[in-house]
Write a protein that binds this ligand. Structure first.
Ligand SMILES: NC(=O)c1ccc[n+]([C@@H]2O[C@H](COP(=O)([O-])OP(=O)(O)OC[C@H]3O[C@@H](n4cnc5c(N)ncnc54)[C@H](O)[C@@H]3O)[C@@H](O)[C@H]2O)c1
Length: 269
């Protein structure tokens, strides 16, 4: 039987590239997003790449839309083998600039969207002894300045993934968590932040990546094949994580100096 994967946020960026990587292996893809045009384009590209599947609009904030998607996977594909909780939004701003609404919005999508995705699909994954792939970020491990709500949401995704890795091992459901550094996608379109300068600063970081979304999807594919739990696609990210484990104080000092520079560049005088 053909293998089946569900991806949230599949209408753009990394979600689309993951769909295409697995499509090249002939997988059936359940593609979901709030961006209908992006989804249609992904499905077209998936078919050209050798896969097939269907699209379904799904806002990851709404649990009933995720359970409806799981039901559609059951009806159209006979179940699911891998889910990729990828949908996400970007935000920035120093803690004093972030409103409680900014926090609620960020946590609802980037953290609770992943919790809800895992919960809605768990019955199908238990049956197939499938895999959960959660897209977090290096922000979860490094807590970069001026993005505390994003850092907390992504750290929650890592904690959730570690919890599920342990809890679901006996039931043979695999878990992987991906922590990329910045890379170029349409993520800036969803950016919420206090000043245009902050958005510009994040835009520059996205552009600075030495690797593309396509290369990240390729890295994830190989890492999952090799059974890696925590997947760090950027070399610089792997080095930073090793340094933090060895000498966290040094990392905090570097981050604090980065925070100072950002404050002087992004705060209007
Ligand atoms: N681009 C980066 O630098 C970077 C770095 C680390 C982690 N990530 C993570 O990678 C994932 C993919 O982001 P990307 O960079 O490809 O960005 P992207 O904006 O190109 O793609 C994200 C997709 O998620 C969808 N989405 C947003 N809110 C949604 C919701 N409520 N319900 C369903 N879909 C929703 C968007 O419509 C979009 O198609 C995100 O979780 C992001 O946080 C990105």
């Amino acid at each position: 039987m053909q293998k089946r994967m569900m991806i949230t946020g599949a209408g753009s960026g990394l979600g689309r590239e993951i769909a295409l990587r697995w499509a090249r292996e002939g997988w059936q893809l359940a593609l979901s997003d709030v961006n209908d045009a992006g989804l249609a384009e992904t499905l077209k590209l998936v078919r050209e790449a050798g896969g097939d599947g269907f699209t379904q609009r799904c806002d990851v904030r709404d649990y009933s839309q995720l359970t409806a998607l799981a039901q559609a996977c059951e009806e159209k594909l006979g179940g699911i083998d891998v889910i990729v909780n990828n949908a996400g939004v970007a935000s920035g701003g120093f803690f004093e600039e972030l409103s409680l609404e900014d926090w609620d919005w960020q946590i609802a999508i980037n953290l609770m969207g992943v919790v809800k995705g895992c919960k809605a699909f768990l019955p199908l994954l238990l049956r197939s002894q499938g895999k959960i792939v959660n897209i977090a970020s290096m922000a979860a491990l490094m807590q970069g300045p001026a993005m505390s709500n994003y850092n907390v949401a992504k750290a929650g995704v890592v904690a959730l993934s570690e919890s599920l890795l342990i809890e679901l091992q006996a039931q043979q459901v695999g878990v992987h968590v991906v922590c990329p550094s910045f890379f170029q996608t349409n993520l800036l379109d969803s950016f919420r932040g206090p000043t245009p300068a902050m958005k510009q600063a994040v835009g520059k970081l996205l552009e600075s990546s030495p690797i593309s979304a396509r290369e990240i999807a390729e890295y994830i594919y190989t890492a999952i094949e090799q059974g890696e739990f925590m997947i760090l696609p950027h070399e610089q990210g792997r080095m930073a994580w090793a340094l933090k484990q060895k000498n966290p104080q040094l990392l905090y000092s570097e981050m604090a100096s980065m925070a100072g520079k950002m404050r002087s560049k992004t705060t209007p005088v």
